[in-house]
Write a protein that binds this ligand. Structure first.
Ligand code: AP5
Ligand code: MG
Length: 189
């Protein structure tokens, strides 16, 4: 089983590179952000709750996200592996993931940290906001998402270093060049 955590700030390319990883390695992909946006679109109760947090650039409560993750993981029983995109985002979520995988006789294989300078993150997300209209891709909300990333999510870098799973990836440059670095790291596992 190949269990990959793809990690990085908002706009670092987690979704973009996940697509390439799925195509090459044939594993399942779960993006908690995509799950929540689908719930918002469908107008579910969870979607209504999620919208309140996402529009403010804040994280949803850990318990809610961990439940979503556990349900999705159960639906992937026959899979060759999973790429976790946008999860974990807090230490509590990382601990929950470790426990969930251990209960299934598995572990995280590698954590890929897409490292991108802050001005480039902002440029990418403003551009996407204009093109695709994602509700949280406006300057004010992007700034809040970056603050949340630094305070609540970035501490996971040390957490995964201590867990022996951390891999730095240069997240700026061409999408193909970045993917080549990712594939090299995965192939070494
Ligand atoms: P989520 O959907 O996970 O958003 P995010 O982390 O802010 O990241 P993005 O999806 O915006 O960026 P990405 O890293 O996937 O980059 P992408 O490939 O799209 O979460 C949204 C919200 O949901 C959160 O704020 C929170 O409220 C909630 N949530 C989600 N998970 C949660 C959790 N676990 N706990 C609590 N709450 C949670 O690329 C970005 C842009 O850049 C694209 O336009 C792309 O084309 C472009 N691009 C990519 N690579 C390159 C490159 N190399 N060069 C130039 N442009 C590039
Ligand atoms: Mg994404």
């Amino acid at each position: 089983m190949l269990n990959i955590v793809i990690f990085g700030a908002p706009g670092s390319g987690k979704g973009t590179q996940s697509e390439r990883i799925v195509a090459k390695y044939g594993i399942n992909h779960i993006s908690t952000g995509d799950v929540l946006r689908a719930e918002i679109k469908a107008g579910t109760e969870l979607g209504v709750t999620a919208k309140g947090y996402i529009d403010q650039g804040q994280l949803l409560p850990d318990e809610l996200i961990i439940d979503i993750l556990a349900n999705t993981l159960d639906s992937f029983k026959e899979s060759k592996g999973v790429i976790f995109d946008g999860f974990p985002r807090t230490i509590a979520q990382a601990e929950a993931l470790k426990k969930m995988l251990a209960e299934r006789g598995q572990e995280v294989s590698i954590m890929l940290d897409l490292d991108v300078p802050e001005d480039e993150l902002m440029t990418r997300l403003i551009k996407r906001g204009l093109e695709s209209g994602r509700a949280d891709d406006n300057e004010e909300t992007i700034k809040k998402r970056l603050v949340v990333y630094h305070s609540q999510t970035a501490p996971l870098i040390e957490w995964y270093k201590n867990d022996g799973k951390y891999q730095h990836i240069h997240g700026s440059g061409t999408m193909e060049g970045i993917f080549a670095e990712i594939a090299e790291a995965i192939d070494k596992i």
